[in-house]
Design a protein around this ligand. Structure first.
Ligand SMILES: CNc1ncnc2c1ncn2[C@@H]1O[C@H](COP(=O)(O)O)[C@@H](O)[C@H]1O
Length: 295
């Protein structure tokens, strides 16, 4: 899940100004219908305007962890792109980690993956990886590549991502969000990611590599439907492969934006897709095998 798309709505409502609250509600209403893949990325701007200080990042992260516990989540990898909210990238990261530490409780584990985008500069990529390594002991476990995938190309930051992997950071890559991506094979061959996010619009070659190498795929049903990667839930290609035994994990992406906590994502499998309950339980148990942090 991405932090900026996951802060609890009641927390945002509490701290937002009247105008921000109005824009937030307007945006969420739009997202509850469907938005285009490109439009979806506008949603995060209003959240950043509201969560605009390190204190709010710390508090918002804390309340997110509390909401996750209430939803029955016991393990989460929270992704976020570093931001300078006035005190620099490192203090942003510390605020996220402190929010998690403040919510610490038995039976709940939360870790952080730092996000880059295909068009992140080399400079940002290097700073991100360097901070990820510095804070490994405090719970940063990997690097995520996400963002609007039709913009930018991974090749510029590839050496930094390889370095991160060589240093023991996990690598999570959103791929196949759009058929216009041109770097799918480059990513798979050069980086051998630990998990693939979405994987809806993959080239045939990329799909074959993922199947052969058994790279786990994160399925975010509500998100894929809302941003029109798929038109119906049953069209998600990795549901089929999951039933054939390919490693898949059910995930939420952005529960704030798509109004779908993890429990609802699982219930979609049962209620809308008629998966047998035994298979769903097995799926949930198996997903622990594909986490970045072995428990
Ligand atoms: C189809 N879903 C998605 N695809 C790709 N990237 C996504 C995403 N949902 C979220 N993000 C990425 O996460 C950022 C917000 O969290 P942070 O501000 O970093 O904490 C978004 O700006 C986007 O880059």
């Amino acid at each position: 899940m991405h932090l900026g798309g996951s802060f609890p709505l009641d927390y945002l409502i509490k701290v937002a100004s009247d105008e921000e609250r109005r824009i937030l509600n307007e945006n969420l209403k739009k997202a509850s219908e469907t938005v285009s893949y490109k439009e979806a990325f506008q949603m995060f701007k209003i959240v950043s305007q509201i969560v605009c200080t390190e204190d709010r990042v710390r508090e918002g992260t804390y309340w997110l962890c509390e909401a996750l516990k209430e939803d029955g989540v016991s393990y989460v990898e929270i992704r976020t792109g570093l931001k300078d909210l006035g005190l620099g990238f490192e203090n942003y990261l510390k605020a996220v980690l402190e929010g998690i530490e403040n919510a610490k409780s038995p039976g709940f584990k939360a870790y952080v993956a730092l996000s880059l985008q295909r068009n992140s500069s080399l400079e940002i990529a290097k700073r991100t990886v360097s901070l990820a390594l510095k804070y490994k002991e405090r719970g940063v476990i990997g690097i995520d590549v996400s963002g609007y995938s039709e913009e930018g190309d991974i090749r510029e930051i590839l050496p930094v991502l390889s370095f991160a992997k060589a240093k023991g950071l996990g690598l999570l890559v959103h791929m196949g969000e759009s058929p216009l991506e041109t770097d799918q094979m480059v990513i798979l061959q050069a980086l051998n990611p630990d998990r693939i996010g979405h994987g809806v619009h993959l080239s045939e070659d990329a799909k074959q590599v993922i199947l052969e190498k058994k790279i786990p795929v994160e399925i975010c049903l509500s998100s894929s439907l809302c941003v029109q990667m798929i038109e119906k839930l049953e069209e998600h290609p990795w549901l089929f492969w999951g039933l054939q035994g390919h490693p898949i994990v059910i995930a939420t992406d952005d529960p704030l934006i798509f109004r779908s906590p993890l429990s609802r994502e699982y219930s979609l499998l049962y209620e809308k897709l008629n998966w047998p309950i035994e298979r769903i339980i097995e799926l949930a148990q198996d997903s622990f095998k594909y986490t970045l942090k072995a428990e």
